[in-house]
Structure formats: structure tokens, C-alpha cells
Design a protein around this ligand. Structure first.
Ligand code: KG4
Ligand code: ZN
Length: 321
């Protein structure tokens, strides 16, 4: 079964075809938001409307096909206007082609993305989804059976990266910039806190505030030192929770996904958790449609079919995908 996937939940306009392998994978990252230092929802939706038809056409032609066997699209969680664009186009295409349609939970797309790779984790496994909107640790027992083990009580990890870049005046999106700026920095030069609330939860807003107070000091040091120290503090917290959850739940594998899983230090150090680590290539960590086509395909193969009543949802727990 070859599935066309469509992703428009935030500021990436993406389409892909996934069968037994990924046959095409097209992502357009919207640039209109740069001057605002963050994603502007209405501009995102308008840019999706403009760009999506040509991105879908390219995904189909790259895969050498006119018509897929099914269409999958992100139905949430995400910016509602943005989600509506991709979801409406996916329903229209599926209706015109008379093929099955399925609405995919964006977070499930992320947490199943490591299954697109070889070797892939085997059920059950822990999944850490670290993105601009989420920092959540899941116990993944089987397809569609996920339990939240821990989550952020305030800012998401990616949000903290973006805010720290903003505080330092480095630009947007902040994650990749902080990652690059940290190269050559000394992570022991600034002592930032490592908040570890609850049993397996996260909290990054205090860390962001600590960075803000630190950079007001005369002896703040270089941006490289601040970025390296901040990044190490985030990674320490993520590793601590994964290691503890692995021990407590008896899990031996962890799958990383979401934009922050592109972070060099996180990728390098996650094995310190003592678990086998599965992490997709960088372009499958950030938003893409291959992960949506893949998640949709797994559900379609398991027999699920959605009808036209699937709604776009601004929030949607992956515990009920
Ligand atoms: O998953 P994603 O593409 O979009 C959603 O939030 O769903 O994640 C985007 C987030 C942004 O906050 C971005 O700054 C962060 O991922 N990010 C990174 C890196 N690349 C992207 N954070 C740290 N290091 C990176 N290399
Ligand atoms: Zn995402």
C-alpha cells in the first residue's frame, strides 16, 4: 500500500509518499515568519494554501505515480487554520481518487518516525517527543497504545531553545542556532539549574529565566559558553528522565523524535541513559510528511478507515490517537 501523506500543522508545508519504503519526501519550510521571530498562525495557513498543491504534485511525481492507494493527513494537534488546509486538501483528493482517507495525530507521526529506519525499535519502547510545542515521554506498548509517562509542566524544550536564542539576539528558529553556537563553548562555564519535577516530568521555564538573568551580568562570558551550558542543562534533564523511566518500567529502548531530537548534543549523549537509542536522521526529526504517511499506513494496514467527519483539532492527546 502506497500512502500519500500531508503535513501542515505548523510552518512546514509537506507531502510524501510512503510504501514499504519512503518513495518521496518534500518539505517546504515557510520563511515568512522569520521577521516576526515566531510563527504567525494566519500567515502559516495562507502560505500552506499557496504552496501545498505544488508540494503534493512534486511528492507524487517524485514517487512516479498519479494516484496513491490512500491519503493520510495531520488532523491535529496544531495551528487550527494551518491544519485545516492540509486536512481539507487530503479529504478532497481522497474523494476525487476514491481511495481511503485517514486523519493522523501529528504527535503519533513523530513518535513512530523512528520505525521508518533500520534498525527500528521493537514494541514496547519508550519514546521521547521533544519539539517546539511538546516535551513528552511515552510508554509505547503497541500501535495506538501509548501512555504519557512524563511531560513538561511549562515550556517545551524547543520553546526554551527558541527563547534563549531570542534573549541572546541570535535569530529564529533558535534550536539549530543555539546548537551551532554551542560548538566550541565550555558547558561548565555557567552553572544553570537542572529542574527535575515530579517522577518523570520536565520544566524548562526556570532554566530560560536563569539564562535571561545571567546574560544581564557584566561577566556573562561568550555566547558559545552560554549556549553550551544551557544546552547541556537541557540534555542532562532529558537523559535523567529517560534513564529513570527505563529502569522503573523495565524498558530497554528509547526512540527520539521531534525537532529537538536534531540537537547534536542530545543525539551524542542519549546513550548515557543506558537504553538502546533510536533516532531518525535530522530531516525526519523536524516536521515532515513521511512520518504522517507512515503512521497513517500502519493504521490502514491494521484495518482502520476514517470517514469525512474527521475534524481538525488544535489539541489532541496521543493517548487516544
Ligand atoms: O517538531 P518540530 O519541527 O515542530 C514542532 O514543534 O512540532 O520542532 C521544532 C522545534 C523548534 O523549537 C526548534 O528550535 C527545535 O525544534 N530544533 C532544535 C534543533 N533543530 C530544531 N532544537 C535544538 N537543537 C536543534 N538542532
Ligand atoms: Zn512537530
Amino acid at each position: 500500500m502506497r500512502v500519500l501523506g500531508i503535513e501542515t500543522s505548523c510552518d512546514e508545508t509537506a507531502a510524501a509518499v510512503v510504501g514499504v519504503t519512503v518513495e518521496s519526501d518534500v518539505v517546504f519550510s515557510q520563511l515568512v515568519h522569520e521577521e516576526f521571530g515566531g510563527v504567525v498562525p494566519e500567515l502559516a495557513a495562507r502560505a500552506h494554501i499557496e504552496k501545498l498543491p505544488s508540494i503534493v504534485a512534486k511528492a507524487l511525481s517524485d514517487a512516479g505515480m498519479d494516484r496513491p492507494d490512500a491519503v493520510a493527513a495531520t488532523a491535529g494537534p496544531g495551528l487550527i487554520g494551518a491544519v485545516l488546509v492540509g486536512l481539507s486538501m487530503a479529504k478532497s483528493l481522497a474523494a476525487a481518487w476514491n481511495v481511503p482517507f485517514i486523519g493522523v495525530n501529528h504527535l503519533e507521526g513523530h513518535l513512530l518516525a523512528p520505525l521508518l529506519e533500520h534498525p527500528a525499535p521493537e514494541w514496547p519502547f519508550l519514546a521521547l517527543v521533544v519539539s517546539g510545542g511538546h516535551t513528552t515521554l511515552y510508554d509505547c506498548r503497541s500501535l495506538g497504545d501509548y501512555r504519557v509517562v512524563g511531560e513538561t509542566l511549562d515550556d517545551a524544550a524547543g520553546e526554551a531553545f527558541d527563547k534563549v536564542a531570542k534573549i541572546l539576539g541570535l535569530g529564529y528558529p533558535g534550536g539549530p542556532i543555539v546548537d551551532r553556537t554551542a560548538i566550541g563553548g565550555n558547558a561548565s562555564n555557567v552553572k544553570f539549574p537542572r529542574p527535575l519535577p515530579g517522577e518523570f516530568d520536565f520544566s524548562f521555564s526556570g532554566l530560560k529565566t536563569a539564562v535571561r538573568s545571567h546574560v544581564q551580568r557584566a561577566d556573562r562570558g561568550t555566547d558559545a559558553d552560554v549556549c553550551a551550558s544551557f544546552q547541556t542543562a537541557v540534555v542532562d534533564c532529558l537523559i535523567d528522565r529517560v534513564a529513570k523511566a527505563g529502569r522503573t518500567l523495565g524498558r530497554t529502548q528509547v526512540a527520539l523524535s521531534g525537532g529537538v531530537a536534531a540537537n547534536s548534543e542530545l543525539r551524542r549523549r542519549m546513550s548515557e541513559s543506558g537504553l538502546s537509542v533510536f533516532v531518525p536522521p535530522r530531516h525526519r526529526c523536524t516536521d515532515n510528511a513521511a512520518m504522517i504517511a507512515h503512521a497513517g499506513r500502519l493504521h490502514l494496514l491494521a484495518g482502520r478507515r476514517d470517514d469525512w467527519t474527521v475534524r481538525a483539532r488544535p489539541s489532541w492527546s496521543v493517548e487516544n490517537p
